[in-house]
Design a protein around this ligand. Structure first.
Ligand code: GDP
Length: 437
């Protein structure tokens, strides 16, 4: 997310690293580069203009803060502006406990996938609070072949109820869905609607009729972030005809330049509620303008990483890992468990994106080598017996040979793993010693 802008922006401020003072001319140059970066990210010209104008006014209008270096001062102003342009502090309003929600958008924008993600999120959030929610998903997308089958599969994967209407006439189908919802006392109804390849009047009229009949609490526009400025005109048409509460930007994991997030918020004055960052049901996150700003400015986003760890790694797994660390009984089995735990968060390169600098200083070769090493380690540990994992010192030459063969690696790889493991153990010991003082 925002990798493109992050790369451009971080190089903008490095010229001030030597403590160079802010002058009218170097600020003007930096603002020009800022403008260029935003335009390249497909942010519309008027939004870029307003952004840089507003940064300029603040730079010229505020006194340098004594505790901040010039670069930090400028960066702070840019950071505040990015937050403002992306929607302010961004309050995450939880969904009400019972609701009807309808998603809208063009075909291919990611509506159906997003509906599955929302069902997953609502179900999981309720479970976290020890509650179970009755969730129904249904679709009136009779235009895209297989859209309804796709939703059925998703509902099955997430473990929520799915209803297939008898009628294929959208309004009659909505009536069926409403009575299903009421008869079975569902807490939540999520409705997928038809998209087209382009906005057309029939689609909009149909949506207006569905809206009037269903009276949803939430209408959410799903927008493909890859479409850039085009998505803005789509959003405007939906806003003028059907209206919506906020948007979900999908495909933020892809090679998107991030311009749509800037433009959407500024032009539509509606919040971006969530962003889709992958094809799996868990790949939906709340959108926080302040965290996005930190990522754009290469400050990393460790908070989101921690939250993801909490979401994706079960509590007992985390507790087990901490326990092994603390007790000093850190075994190869724990090592393997931790690797499996980390892989739930994503690949090394994905993890690096959350770190300050976004992993830009780490060359792709090094990342690639790390990924290969990790997958070898996984294979080696899985071809060991439990006894060997708990007590690796019994791994003599012949055992090492057997393990290497089983994992499809050479014996040196096994020796390398043992070396790394010993290093990790020493490190854990050291941490424990510090912890106990
Ligand atoms: P619909 O026509 O609007 O219902 O779109 P779909 O839900 O079928 O999505 C279209 C394509 O986009 C599918 O291949 C999805 O897997 C993919 N997709 C949806 N959301 C995301 C996302 O956040 N990231 C990525 N990489 N792909 C997505």
């Amino acid at each position: 997310m925002f990798d493109f802008l992050s790369q451009k922006f971080s190089s903008l401020f490095s010229r001030f690293d030597n403590g160079e003072k802010l002058t009218e001319s170097n600020v003007a140059q930096t603002l020009d580069q800022l403008k260029q970066a935003l335009l390249e990210a497909d942010v519309p010209y008027r939004v870029v203009d307003s952004f840089t104008q507003s940064v300029k006014e603040d730079v010229l209008g505020t006194k340098a803060i004594a505790s901040l270096k010039p670069a930090e001062h400028l960066m702070k102003i840019v950071q505040d502006k990015i937050i403002m342009f992306l929607g302010g502090e961004g309050v995450v309003a939880p969904f009400p406990s019972s609701m009807v929600l309808m998603v809208m958008g063009l075909q291919g924008s990611g509506k159906t996938t997003t509906l599955g993600k929302l069902a997953y999120k609502i179900k999981k959030d309720a479970l976290k609070e020890g509650k179970t929610k009755k969730i129904l998903v249904a679709s009136v997308d009779f235009y895209r072949p297989a859209a309804i089958d796709q939703l059925e599969l998703l509902a099955d994967r997430v473990g929520v109820d799915f209803y297939r209407t008898q009628s294929k006439q959208p309004l009659l189908a909505v009536k069926e869905i409403i009575s299903r919802h009421q008869q079975h006392c569902y807490d939540v109804l999520l409705l997928d609607t038809a998209g087209r390849l382009h906005v057309d009047n029939n689609l909009l009229q149909e949506l207006q009729e569905i809206d009037a009949l269903l009276q949803p609490n939430y209408k959410i526009l799903v927008l493909d972030a890859m479409t850039g400025q085009e998505s803005l005109s789509v959003a405007k048409v939906f806003e003028d005809t059907v209206g919506f509460k906020g948007a979900i930007l999908t495909k933020m994991d892809s090679d998107t330049r991030g311009g749509s997030a800037f433009a959407f918020r500024y032009v539509l004055k509606k919040p971006i509620l969530f962003v889709g960052e992958g094809e799996n049901v868990a790949d939906l996150s709340f959108f926080f303008p302040d965290r996005a700003a930190e990522r754009i400015l290469g400050m990393g986003d460790v908070r989101s990483l921690i939250e993801q760890a909490e979401e994706k790694i079960a509590l007992n797994e985390r507790e087990k890992a901490e326990e092994a660390f603390k007790s000093g009984s850190f075994s190869l089995q724990d090592f393997a468990d931790q690797m499996a735990m980390m892989s739930k968060l994503g690949s090394l390169s994905q993890l690096l994106k959350y770190m300050p600098g976004g992993g830009m200083n780490v060359s792709p070769d090094v990342i690639q080598k790390g990924e290969v090493e990790l997958s070898k380690f996984r294979a080696i540990i899985s071809s060991m017996t439990l006894k060997e994992r708990l007590n690796p010192s019994i791994l003599d030459n012949s055992r090492m040979k057997r393990v290497a063969q089983g994992a499809g690696v050479v014996q040196q790889d096994v020796a390398m793993l043992l070396k790394r493991f010993e290093e990790a153990k020493q490190y854990v010991k050291l941490l424990n010693r510090f912890g106990s003082h």
